[in-house]
Structures are given as structure tokens and as C-alpha cells.
Design a binder for this molecule. Structure first.
Ligand SMILES: [Zn+2]
Length: 214
């Protein structure tokens, strides 16, 4: 999933104003942020599907470190624990834990059964909704726009600069998502690093979020 994870970040900001939006994005996208790093290190791998299956063009051959249930629990504790270590804020730390964990459960809805519970030999799960373009779009847009709505209807007023920055972010995310709707399968044999490398740009959204205040 893509947009839905951002929707969760916007919703979390509404629920817990003390967390910076950049940190919310960091948490909700955390396992997708570390995934390209692990692929570039050769620890995880991905390949192109033979043909597009609904919304999906990639075959996630192996990603237990970033995308297993146990792995995601570990990252959730880490994100939340580091935040608690720095801020000593209990409630925001708990919310960050669940926000990081939410990524796995949203992915569970749409992925092929490729999400391991533990390692590559453990059971792999996925409810396959990606195969239906209409259901995927419904889920992505609903969660995304509910998040946007929750974020924009907060009691605090965004500064003019932050509001404009937020609107540009939304348009930008929708544009990126549109390219994936109409995108096609990468050529057979494309290396893992070429497929996952561009995902490193996702880190820019964490930075972008940092400057949207309050
Ligand atoms: Zn993911």
C-alpha cells in the first residue's frame, strides 16, 4: 500500500498533536523506508512479476527483516522506544508503536501471501486484495482522504506556509500513486537494487512532514 500509510500518519497527528508530522510519516512508513536499504545491502530481494496482477507489479521474493510480523513488531518497539527515550512522552510513544505496526496489517490486506510471520521458512500471509484494482483504490483513497480530513479539521490552525506545503504534498502523493495505477511491469531480469533503489526517495516525505507545523 502507499496512500493509506500516509492517511494513517495524518490521522495519528490528529489523535496525538505532540508528534511531529514527519515522525508520524516515519513511523507509518518505517518498514518501507528500511526496505530499500536492506535490498541495496543484499539482505532482501525483489523481482518483477511476469505480468501485472491487479495493482501489483513486483514479486517480493524475500523481505523478512523489514516485512515479517515479528520484524515489524521489533521496528515498532524501536521507533516507539527511541521516541520515548528522547521525549519521555508515554502516550505519543504508544501511538507511534501502533502506527509503525499498522503498516504490516495494511500490507496484509493487499499483498500476495508473501509477508512472512518470522523468516522465509515461516508461514507467509497476504489477503490478495491487490488483485482487485477497484478494491485497492477504494481502500487506499478512503484511508488517505479520511486521514487528510482528520488532519485538516484539527483545532489548531496551520500556518499559511504549512498549509500550502501540505496541499502540495497531497497532490504530489496522488500524482505518484497515479503513475503506479497506470504503471507497467518492469522488464524481466531487472535487478533488486534497481527496483527498490528509487524507494529511498520516500525518506524525503519524512523531511517534508517535519516542516509542516503545527
Ligand atoms: Zn510495505
Amino acid at each position: 500500500m502507499f496512500l493509506a500509510h500516509f492517511g494513517m500518519a495524518f490521522a495519528a497527528k490528529r489523535i496525538e498533536p505532540k508528534i511531529n508530522l514527519g515522525t508520524c510519516i516515519l513511523a507509518s512508513q518505517f518498514i518501507d523506508l528500511i526496505w530499500p536499504v536492506f535490498v541495496l545491502l543484499g539482505w532482501e530481494s525483489v523481482s518483477p512479476l511476469a505480468e501485472k496482477m491487479g495493482m501489483n507489479v513486483l514479486k517480493f521474493d524475500s523481505y523478512p527483516l523489514s516485512h515479517s510480523l515479528v520484524g515489524t513488531l521489533f521496528w515498532s518497539f524501536l521507533v516507539s522506544g527511541v521516541f520515548y527515550g528522547i521525549t519521555r512522552e508515554k502516550r505519543p510513544s504508544v501511538i507511534l508503536f501502533f502506527l509503525t505496526l499498522s503498516h504490516w496489517f495494511l500490507d496484509l490486506l493487499v499483498h500476495e501471501p508473501d509477508l512472512p510471520l518470522w523468516d522465509d521458512n515461516s508461514m507467509k500471509v497476504g489477503l490478495l486484495l491487490w488483485r482487485s484494482v477497484s478494491i485497492t483504490l477504494f481502500l487506499e483513497f478512503t484511508i488517505f482522504f479520511v486521514g487528510v480530513w482528520l488532519f485538516l479539521t484539527r483545532k489548531v490552525k496551520l500556518s499559511k506556509g504549512s498549509f500550502i506545503s501540505f496541499v502540495i504534498l497531497i497532490v504530489f502523493l496522488l500524482a505518484i500513486y497515479a503513475t503506479s495505477i497506470f504503471g507497467s511491469v518492469p522488464p524481466a531480469g531487472t535487478q533488486s537494487a534497481m527496483l527498490a533503489g528509487p524507494a529511498l526517495l520516500m525518506w524525503l516525505f519524512v523531511l517534508w512532514g517535519r516542516y509542516i507545523k503545527p
